[in-house]
Design a protein around this ligand. Structure first.
Ligand code: SAH
Length: 510
């Protein structure tokens, strides 16, 4: 990517999976990212953490940055040698003012590239089963804006010249003016019985679809309290949704959940929920960084073969331990004949990635149960145990194992810290929209959520989430922090947590 250039990039309709390969490559590698309001937080999360990020969309209640200022900003950043990505929802050249920015760049002599994105109508079409063209029923496709520049004296849309038959009409930015638009269409001779689908937040887990016909849709949209962003699709093909829908059938479709995760880490939990159709906001409450004390490391590795048990209290511990291990050794057999214990299934799974089997996993994934299970092996008296953990590791394990006369060494390999949420896009999405539920998977997640409550205060109209806990230890932390606990997973595992979510929030017929 040459410096001093600008990339006008379409981010697609919202669902991060619909980003193009080129867009992903550019977002990951740019110096400066200048973006609008409809870009998904996890797309922004792809950017390098040391990259510059500038928001130029609408602030709640305020106007957005003026178009001229955005153009001046693009030019200024490019001139200082930055590789700039100008990221827009959908496609940059479909009601995105991308062309104005491209013209300004050309005039300023700045090199640019344009990366198309899936435009909202195309996303809404696929995710509602509404083909935009269909061999026997329509041969034209019209994309039209319902809201033009408020400074324009009169509308450029000539509603009476639009094709009235055998067509599909997609209206962008039409929610606030839906009744005037429908009136224009009926006056222009459109049939009042034409099917209409208003697709709100198309392609995202919390997509909602309000269906009706031209005569009824204004009332229906009001009952539904349809909100922007939505595309209004009009035409016979809308009826095909009955047969072609697939997304809406997913059990958690229409629901939005917050999961707490550590910065820069893809969450297994988010993936599971997204597969079931949910929208997931990943709140990076904590950042986990590798932090291996070199003196301890050298001591531990010098005697590694003398340990009887190697105990892991989290998947992160496993990852950073083995990273350090392979920096020192180049053969897994240097571990010697020790036995390995993991606090839970996810930790054991992480261990298996190194082709190492775990000898002991307690039934319940917590430090107490791990300690009890280790004591129950009857092997601890005078044995050497190496506990691999982070800076917040709980003392209960060490205490219980020492009571059973084990010789304990503690090896800290990472640090857990709170992240700054005041400028975080996922936190912003949470404040604005709220969620159906917030899932807690650890005591440290609960604590940092409470500590950062100020940056997570919901705005008016946001949905108040239920809180869901992975197990008794996390629930106890919630109680201790004065936080309500609405549901708890039956077993302390991600699978069980997801089952619990489906039981409470899933669609009944799926
Ligand atoms: N360049 C964008 C359009 C920007 S104009 C594109 O190509 O999609 C903003 C309008 O786009 C919104 O008012 C809405 O009509 C539509 N839109 C964008 N994202 C949407 C989404 N996820 N679901 C429904 N409509 C969306």
């Amino acid at each position: 990517m040459p410096s001093g250039s600008v990339y006008l990039v379409g981010a697609g309709p919202g669902n991060p999976g619909l980003l193009t390969v080129r867009a992903k490559e550019l977002i990951t590698s740019c110096d400066t990212l200048i973006y609008d309001s409809l870009v998904h937080p996890s797309v922004l999360g792809l950017q390098r953490t040391d990259g510059e990020r500038i928001y130029v969309g609408k602030k709640s209640g305020c106007h957005s940055v003026a178009q001229n200022d955005i153009q001046a900003l693009l030019i200024e950043k490019a001139r200082t040698g930055k590789r700039v990505v100008r990221l827009k929802g959908g496609d940059p050249y479909v009601f995105g003012r991308g062309s104005e920015e491209a013209l300004a760049l050309r005039k300023a002599g700045i090199a640019f590239e344009v990366v198309p994105g899936v435009t909202a109508a195309v996303g809404a079409s696929a995710f509602t089963g509404t083909p935009l063209t269909q061999r026997n029923s329509n041969s034209t496709l019209v994309i039209v804006t319902g809201h033009e520049d408020p400074e324009k004296p009169e509308s450029l849309v000539d509603w009476s010249s639009l094709p009235r038959k055998n067509t599909v009409l997609c209206i962008y930015m039409g929610v606030s003016r839906i009744s005037a638009i429908v009136e224009n269409l009926l006056n222009a001779g459109f049939d009042g019985s034409l099917p209409v689908a208003c697709v709100e937040w198309a392609t995202l887990g919390h997509q909602r679809v309000c269906r009706g016909v031209l005569d009824t849709i204004v009332n229906k949209a009001e009952e539904y309290s349809l909100k922007s962003p939505a595309v209004i699709i009009i035409g016979e093909n809308v009826n095909m949704g009955d047969e072609l829908s697939w997304f809406e059938a997913k059990p958690l479709q229409g629901r939005r959940f917050v999961v707490t995760r550590s910065q820069g880490q893809a969450s297994e939990l988010s993936e599971k929920l997204e597969k079931l159709g949910a929208e997931v906001i990943g709140l990076p409450l904590i950042s986990i960084t590798k932090n291996v004390d070199t003196r301890t490391r050298d001591d531990v590795f010098a005697e590694i073969a003398s340990y009887d048990w190697l105990v892991f209290s989290s998947p992160n511990g496993v990852r950073y331990f083995f990273e350090a291990f392979f920096e020192t050794f180049d053969d897994i057999r240097s571990l010697g004949f020790l036995r390995i214990a993991a606090v839970g299934k996810s930790t054991a799974k992480e261990i298996s990635k190194f082709y190492v089997t775990t000898d002991l996993v307690p039934d319940e994934a917590n430090a107490d149960s791990l300690a009890d299970a280790l004591v129950a092996t009857g092997s601890l008296d005078s044995s050497k145990v190496l506990l691999v953990t982070g800076n917040l590791g709980r003392d209960v394990l060490t205490r219980k194992l020492e009571e059973a006369r084990a010789i304990m060494d503690r090896f800290e390999v990472y640090r857990t810290e709170a992240t700054d949420l005041s400028r975080d896009p996922a936190a912003k999405a949470f404040r604005e929209l709220g969620a159906d539920g917030i899932l807690f998977t650890s005591s440290s997640g609960v604590k940092s959520f409470v500590d950062q409550a100020e940056d997570l205060a919901l705005e008016e109209g946001a949905l108040h989430p239920k809180s869901i806990s992975i197990g008794p230890i996390t629930s106890a932390s919630m109680a201790q922090q004065g936080m309500p606990m609405n549901f708890q997973a039956k077993e302390a595992s991600l699978e069980s947590l997801v089952d619990e979510v489906v039981a409470h929030f899933g669609k009944e017929d799926s």
